[in-house]
Design a protein. Structure first.
Length: 95
């Protein structure tokens, strides 16, 4: 395993597909911020989150639309408006 910075890690992701992000204290702030910065290089990347925390708000900004789509399993404040306006998805789960 090689340790790399967040820019290199996000650059290694495929341009389309699906990734999962941890929740609460497990939400990787630096990776989420870098994912938002590099949003324009993706095409149909789905980001599934258990609970969208404040860092995820960057993933539902207009710059990310058409590149990244958030799928929240529980709707947190960061993506609530995006889900209500059809700009992010919600998949209900029972844990």
């Amino acid at each position: 395993m090689q340790i790399v910075d967040s820019q290199t890690a996000i650059a290694a992701l495929p341009i389309r597909g699906r990734i999962a992000i941890g929740a609460n204290a497990g939400e990787p702030r630096l990776l989420v911020e870098e994912l938002a910065r590099q949003a324009s290089r993706f095409s149909s990347l789905e980001v599934t989150e258990l609970l969208s925390m404040r860092w995820s708000k960057a993933l539902v900004q207009p710059e990310a639309r058409g590149h990244i789509r958030v799928n929240a399993l529980f709707i947190g404040e960061a993506v609530r408006d995006a889900v209500q306006h059809g700009e992010a998805d919600y998949t209900p789960v029972f844990l």
